[in-house]
Write a new protein. Structure first.
Length: 345
């Protein structure tokens, strides 16, 4: 910048020097300049030089401002150099986190009618493994509804009311309609149909994640152990009465069309008319204990099989269609029932 200023000063200074020399030569030669001409020249020359200097100063300031602005603005970062990518791409061996599948959920469905004796035991057992419990009450007149409402704070329970008419647990109560209603309400990945007087073995809770995670079977059956008149005796099948202590379909995969048939009483599950053994299934050795007849003559008042109980107690019942066959129970009761029996003894 100093060099530019010096050049500008030299350019403006050259005409003044020439005029000074001209003046000196005229004075030596005796030529006098008029006052008017001298004033004009004196006016014009300084103005021209001032204008030039101002113009040069403006240029200089402009350049200075430009250089300062360039210094103050941050310089753009250079992009990183391109990686050398081989012609044939080979993926890097980077470990990835495994994909976590959502945990399957279980919906338990159960219709009830005057089950105040079994409901506390049933809910204590089911609440330990079920994600939701769906209950349809057929018009209970005992303390069943109060017991369910007390348990709503401890378990995910949904209660529905469908008034039952006629004889309890008979063709008067359209059982398949009630059970299919519960199937439609279930949102779990698996459905478990278990009655209020049935308790699963304690090992079922630990085995449940494995059973719901498997992909081979769509229906699962369990040994159905039915006590008779006391908790130490099991009733087994007999000729003309072959439904005691057999395997029962308790669990199946939801949202695939498995429903109950149109039977009004003792309806069975099927898949579009196909029996459960015709679809992918498996049998688990985990027992489901049926305690309905484990208390002798103290069975609930709405029991449908009074003739069996009367026959066991030696009362006259007329013609006997089948024999009652039993055997001793050598297994272990669930912890819920052990605590109940300890209180009663």
């Amino acid at each position: 910048m100093k060099k530019v200023l010096r050049q500008a000063v030299r350019k403006t200074a050259k005409p003044n020097r020439k005029q000074k020399l001209l003046k000196r030569s005229r004075r030596k030669n005796g030529i006098k300049l008029t006052q008017k001409r001298r004033t004009i020249k004196l006016r014009k020359r300084p103005l021209r030089t001032i204008k030039l200097r101002k113009r040069l100063l403006r240029k200089v300031k402009k350049r200075l401002r430009r250089s300062r602005s360039l210094r103050s603005t941050p310089q753009a970062k250079r992009p990183p150099p391109l990686l050398h990518v081989p012609a044939v791409y080979k993926p890097l061996n980077v470990p990835h986190a495994p994909l976590v599948e959502p945990k399957p959920k279980l919906s338990v469905i159960v219709p009830i009618l005057n089950e105040e004796k079994f409901l506390p035991l049933f809910l204590e057992s089911v609440a330990s493994y079920a994600d939701e419990i769906l209950i349809v009450d057929g018009g209970s007149t005992d303390d069943s509804i109060n017991i369910i409402n007390q348990w709503k704070n401890r378990a995910n329970i949904r209660l529905f009311h469908m008034k039952q008419t006629g004889l309890p647990y008979s063709d008067d109560w359209n059982e398949s309609v009630v059970r299919n209603f519960l199937v439609d309400q279930a949102i779990g990945d698996w459905i478990m149909a278990i009655d209020a007087d049935e308790i699963m073995d304690d090992s079922f809770r630990d085995a449940l994640p494995r059973l719901m995670a498997q992909k081979e079977a769509d229906a699962i059956s369990f040994p159905w152990v039915q006590f008779w008149m006391n908790p130490q005796t099991i009733r087994i099948s007999a000729p003309n009465d072959e439904h005691w202590s057999v395997n029962k379909w308790f669990m199946w995969r939801n949202h695939m069309g498995i429903r109950y048939d149109d039977a009004k009483n003792h309806c069975k599950v099927h898949l579009f008319g196909r029996y459960m053994w015709e679809i992918p299934n498996r049998a688990e050795p985990i027992s489901a204990f049926h305690y309905h007849y484990a208390f002798g003559s103290q069975v609930k008042a709405n029991d449908n099989r009074r003739r069996d109980v009367d026959q066991y107690l030696g009362k006259s019942i007329g013609r006997i269609e089948y024999d009652i066959v039993t055997k001793p129970f050598t297994g272990k009761h669930p912890a819920v029932m052990d605590r109940y029996f300890a209180k009663k003894m």
